[in-house]
Ligand binder design. Sequence first.
Ligand code: FES
Length: 216
Amino acid sequence: MSEVFEFTGDFLKEAERNIAKYPADRKQSAVLALLFLAQEQNHEDGHYVTQAAMRTISEMLEMPYIRVMEVATFFTMVNLKPVGKFHVQLCGTTPCMLRGAEALMDAVKEKFGIGHGETTEDKLFTLTEVECLGACSNAPMVQINDDYFEDLTPETLISVMETLKGGGDPTIGSQMGRASSEPFGGPMTLTTGPGAQTADAPNAPKETPVYIGPGE
Ligand code: FES
C-alpha cells in the first residue's frame, strides 16, 4: 500500500472542479466525489481508496481524517481494499433475493470458488453482495465495474463472467432480451393515441380511451 497519495493530471483538475462547486467553508461537501476520483485514479492498482488517499482528501478539504473515513466506510461503492479486475456487485436485497440472487451467489461460488468479499487467485473477479442497485424490475441483477447485467439466471451470469474472462464484451442490460424494463413481448400500455409506442402490442386497446376528468 502506498504511503503517499496525490491527485494527478485530469484527476487533480476534476478534484479541484468539484471543490469549487461549494462555498469555501463548505468544501467538505466534495468528499464523496474526491473519494470516487481517488478510487478511479487507483484503477490499475486494485481500484480502491488507500488510507494515504483519505489523508490527502482530509487535508484538501480541511476536515478531520475520521470524517473522511466515516463517509468512505458508509458507501459500499468505495472500496477499502483491492478488488479484482472485474468487481461483481451482486444485489441481495428482497426483490433480487426473491428472484434468485442466492442461486447466483451459489453459482459463482461453485464456478469461480469465491463468496462475498473474496477475490479469485488470478485477481480477475471479486464478488461483493450489495444492497439494492435500483434495477429491481429487472431482478436478479449484478453490477460489474460500470455495467449492469439484469434478468439473470445462474447460467447467464456464469456466461457473462466467462466472456469477460476470455477478453470478450458481454451484452449489458437484460440477459433475456427485453428492452430496459419493458414487459416481455413489448409495451402493453400507452399503445394508442399520440406517442403510441406500437400499434400491434398484444394488449393494445381496440379503441382510443376517452378521458373523463373532473367536471366532465
Ligand atoms: S433489489 Fe436488486 S436492484 Fe433493487
